[in-house]
Ligand binder design. Structure first.
Ligand code: GLN
Length: 214
């Protein structure tokens, strides 16, 4: 299949930016919210935004279990920032009773870079992409622990400026991971003006669809 249809879960968050980045890498990109829309896409993007709000809206729209089941059944999925949290099996500093779709055997810490800071920008090097990738972090999580089947693709390479207000020790923290057909970044590749992370994801989707028996 040359041009897979990749849905962007459109409950809340930066849906438009993802649609644009997917189109830039030649994917067919559609918003999806209703069950029949979510059931029909080849792959899904969980955007940045607010993970607790998105999970609640997924319940309200009656698609929470559908998304969870499709991910568990092997549908390729990309989660960025809040989307990464929604994929995580375990969440630290989550809201009370916070639910996730799961599918990614990691522990993430929500708002890990410090609560007082809204955002900072840097670059990261990501396995599978040549050169530096712009990385916009907005109240970002990081990955504290990965399970055996999870590949670490990127870490924070420089401690952000002291003036940026980023707390704790950010240096070396895991900010991009992959487990099979699940890809997740703590930053927002859809905002950096560089669509190569979406390109990597589209390649993963094409490879998954080309596999015999799929
Ligand atoms: N802090 C947000 C959350 O917990 C994520 C922020 C983002 O996606 N930019 O969902």
């Amino acid at each position: 299949m040359l041009s897979p249809t990749i849905g962007v879960l459109a409950l809340q968050g930066d849906v438009r930016e993802h649609l644009r980045a997917l189109e830039a890498v030649g994917a067919e990109a559609v918003r999806c919210r209703r069950p029949e829309e979510i059931a029909s896409v080849d792959a899904l993007v969980l955007p940045g935004g607010e993970s607790t709000t998105m999970a609640k809206l997924a319940r309200t729209f009656g698609v929470f279990d559908l998304v969870r089941e499709r991910i568990a059944a092997g549908m390729p999925v990309l989660g960025t920032c809040a989307g990464m949290i929604l994929l995580a099996e375990r969440v630290l500093d989550g809201a009370e009773g916070q639910e996730t779709f799961g599918g990614l055997d990691v522990t993430v810490r929500r708002n890990a870079f410090g609560r007082q800071v809204d955002s900072f920008e840097g670059t990261v090097h990501l396995t599978g992409i040549e050169g530096a990738v712009p990385a916009v972090f907005i109240r970002a999580p990081w990955v504290e622990e990965v399970g055996a089947g999870v590949e670490v693709l990127a870490r924070v390479e420089e401690q952000p400026d002291e003036g940026s207000g980023v707390g704790r020790s950010a240096l070396g923290r895991i900010v991009a991971v992959r487990q099979g057909t699940v890809l997740a970044t703590a930053f927002h590749p859809e905002m950096g003006g560089d669509p190569r992370v979406h390109g990597l994801f589209a390649d993963m989707v094409r490879a998954a669809l080309d596999r015999p028996g799929s």
